[in-house]
Design a protein around this ligand. Structure first.
Ligand SMILES: [Mg+2]
Length: 245
């Protein structure tokens, strides 16, 4: 069968999956969400603003106080202290974060600029066909991650994840994702075979901190040169380009 294939022709999915099974080792591929898989078109920021408005009477713009790639608890805490001039109590922070989740589904549903990044669905289908284990690694708390992916029906690709609800540190939540990949695969995962995919320098730093390689994709706010400067092992303009797996 292999002999009859023309040179350079892709192997059929079943055959590629067979190769992976024969090796007994599986690659886990960890995807960031915002700017990598989708953009909510500002819906997430609007949900935060509504939450702050309801609790504190202030339409707080989180983009003034936090940076792309931060975890949700950090975004909430920094936006609170930046806008209100003091640290939130634990109860205040919990309330703002809870209301933000409450408003997210409707804001994402009504967002005119929500979009899936180029090549995402095709790549995820292919990686699944090839026998890779797909997970999420994101600063979103777990519920926010799934709400964001639901509109595009992308949750179905991901068996596990590391979330902003696991740690406020990106390195640590990436490690948690790898631990879960290990569990889900029945111990078939090794860090050397794993790769993260993200759109920001902080994704690159987090993946390297957790000991895995990283694909930087320039569909968010950072260009190829910035992702390369941050140390990305691969840098792609979009996920339509040759993905290294
Ligand atoms: Mg991102």
């Amino acid at each position: 069968m292999a002999e009859s294939r023309a040179e350079g022709e892709a192997k059929p999915a079943a055959e590629r999956a067979g190769d992976a099974a024969a090796g007994g080792r599986i690659a886990a591929i960890l995807f960031d969400i915002d700017g990598t898989l989708i953009s909510t078109g500002g819906a997430s920021t609007i949900a935060w603003r509504r939450a702050f408005q309801e609790v504190h009477g202030l339409p707080v713009d989180i983009t003034q106080y936090s940076a792309t790639g931060m975890t949700d608890p950090e975004v909430g805490r920094l936006s609170f202290s930046g806008a209100l001039g003091r640290q939130p109590t634990k109860r205040e922070l919990a309330r703002v974060m809870g209301l933000r989740l409450r408003y997210m589904p409707e804001e994402i549903e009504r967002s005119d600029d929500y979009r899936v990044m180029p090549g995402v669905e095709e790549l995820l289908e292919r990686l699944i066909d090839d026998g890779h284990l797909l997970g999420l690694t994101t600063g979103n708390v777990e519920a926010a991650a799934h709400i964001k992916l639901a509109r595009a029906n992308l949750n179905r690709f991901f068996s596990f994840g590391g979330y902003g609800s696991d740690s406020t540190e990106r390195v640590e939540l990436t490690r948690r994702a790898l631990e879960r990949a290990h569990t889900v695969s029945g111990g078939a995962i090794e860090a050397a075979e794993c790769i993260a995919v993200g759109d920001t320098p902080s994704d690159v730093i987090a993946a390297h901190g957790a000991g895995i390689r990283v694909v930087g994709v320039a569909t968010g706010k950072f260009g190829l040169d910035e992702l390369q400067s941050a140390g990305a092992d691969f840098a792609l303009s979009t996920l339509e380009e040759g993905f290294p797996a």
